[in-house]
Design a protein around this ligand. Structure first.
Ligand code: BMA
Length: 340
């Protein structure tokens, strides 16, 4: 067993619980899930598929809030322990680069990533159809939208937490609009977050794992480890009763992240608890963020449950990387650079 470490910062005050005896897989749930319940603030019916980061000794999150008219918008939330959250009633007020108000028609499935001291929010926005929106903030007071990086239709934009070979790198899942019946994960590079290119295929749906046979999409920002970029993602299967969303784990090459090094054939979390099976859309676990500590290797995964709640699950970098390596399968040409 090779020792695996997280490359990054320490985060001693992140949430943590030890693995309960008898846990079947490499990931275990927080004992007091869901950490965000229904109707968490005035005018908000449900919060799920949301992202959190440490900020100035506390935690801040960008939350997908389904408002009581059924539309999704992004709201900030604050917490001292990253488990008990106070959600702001007003949605995030975005401005354009000239400082004028510039609100998205809808916004969902945010990711929140710090790169070189600036925090970026990446979400699914309305750009003549579902596409990727991006905004930046330094202080969680002013939120400046940048140009939409990609053409529609595209979702699940995930920025890497540092530049690679001098460029920003973003994963995305190009597809159609609506509830996409297909999709693979791709990657694009940019020197300035304005012009994007060097598009590469990263990973395909399918393989032995039928739990990811319909489509897949990036999850939390990848975690840099001594074995490569560890990424949790969602994989979707079709049943006679609708789609089921599970969570998988993959390790991408550190210098050429369009190459898959290891990819578990098994899901690492699938809907089993009442709050994952039952809700607005049952049978969904949808990871969007992690908190992790480079000192201990602890990882807390934040995931949406049943399009209704936020759940937290735990693992360690050693446990998950060992599991992914031990259960890895090579799917199609995922190990290639991804250009044709
Ligand atoms: C996808 C997205 C997610 C959602 C999932 C399950 O298409 O809309 O936000 O969690 O469907 O409904």
């Amino acid at each position: 067993m090779t020792e695996v470490r997280i490359i990054g910062e320490q985060l001693l005050h992140m949430p943590w619980q030890e693995k309960p005896a008898g846990t079947a897989g490499p990931v275990w749930r927080h004992s007091d899930n869901p950490v965000i319940q229904r109707n968490p603030a005035k005018g908000i019916a449900r919060i799920f598929n949301s992202a959190v980061v440490p900020f100035e000794g506390r935690f801040v999150g960008v939350f997908r809030a389904e408002t009581i008219n059924g539309r999704p918008h992004l709201h900030l939330g604050w917490s001292d322990d990253a488990l008990s959250w106070t959600i702001e009633e007003e949605r995030i007020a975005f401005v354009d680069e000239a400082g004028k108000p510039f609100q998205p028609n809808y916004a969902y499935d945010p990711r929140l990533v710090k790169v070189e001291g600036t925090y970026y929010i990446i979400w699914c926005t309305d750009f003549y159809g579902a596409a990727i929106g991006i905004a930046k903030t330094d202080d969680f007071k002013t939120f400046v939208r940048l140009e939409n990086p990609f053409l529609p239709f595209n979702r699940n934009g995930v920025l890497f937490p540092r530049k690679i070979n001098g460029n920003f790198v973003m994963l995305s899942r190009p597809s159609d609009s609506g509830h996409t019946p297909f999709g693979d994960v791709f990657l694009s590079e940019s020197p300035d977050l304005v012009y994007w290119g060097k598009h590469r295929h990263v990973m395909t749906k399918g393989g032995q794992g039928w739990w990811q046979s319909v489509k897949i999409g990036g999850g939390p920002a990848p975690i840099e480890t001594t074995e490569g970029w560890l990424m949790f993602y969602h994989g979707v299967t079709g049943t006679c009763n609708g789609l089921v969303y599970s969570m998988g784990a993959v390790i991408l090459d550190r210098d050429e992240p369009s190459r898959v090094k290891y990819r578990s054939a098994n899901y690492v979390l699938t809907p089993e608890e009442w709050y994952e099976e039952r809700g607005f859309v049952g049978n969904v676990v949808f990871p969007c963020a992690t908190l992790h500590d480079a000192g201990t290797g602890r990882i807390a995964i934040y995931y949406g449950a049943a399009d209704t709640y936020v759940g937290v699950a735990y693992t360690t970098v050693q446990e998950i990387v060992d599991y992914v390596k031990a259960t890895s399968e090579e799917v199609a040409d995922d190990a290639e650079i991804g250009i044709m």
